[in-house]
Design a protein around this ligand. Structure first.
Ligand code: HEC
Length: 99
């Protein structure tokens, strides 16, 4: 009887934290292979999460190709109110998941 809440509670926690953990977290190895600092990649991830998810859900980097992302970021720069430097940071982060 004590266990009857286990599954609902688990599902609620999954719902709360599931989405937050899907977005790839950059590592030192990524930074080295891209010849940028880890802070740069983390800043790109933060910008992406903070500026790109207010109007629609965040799209996963793997949902589009590198070329498509370049066009998308150009299109979304204005609505997201980011400058070109910030756009490049987001692009660096997104490109980590692509080849
Ligand atoms: C002010 C609202 C707003 C913000 C902020 C915003 N978007 Fe969008 N986004 C939209 C709307 C509206 C659409 C769908 C209509 C369209 O295609 O123009 C869209 C569509 C998209 C799509 C789907 C593909 C496509 O071309 O339609 C992607 C991917 C996307 N946005 C990424 C981003 C990224 C990355 C950022 C952050 C830099 C961002 N969005 C910030 C409003 C926003």
């Amino acid at each position: 009887m004590c266990f009857r809440y286990t599954i609902p509670v688990f599902l609620i926690l999954l719902g709360l934290f599931g989405c937050a953990t899907v977005l790839y977290v950059p590592t030192e190895a990524d930074a080295q292979s891209q010849s940028v600092s880890l802070d740069t990649l983390i800043a790109g991830r933060e910008l992406y999460m903070n500026r790109c998810g207010s109007c629609h859900n965040l799209y996963l980097p793997t949902q589009y190709s590198k070329q498509e992302w370049t066009q998308i970021l150009d299109k979304m720069q204005k609505p997201a109110k980011i400058d070109t430097t910030q756009k490049e940071l987001i692009k660096k982060y997104i490109n980590l998941s692509l080849n």
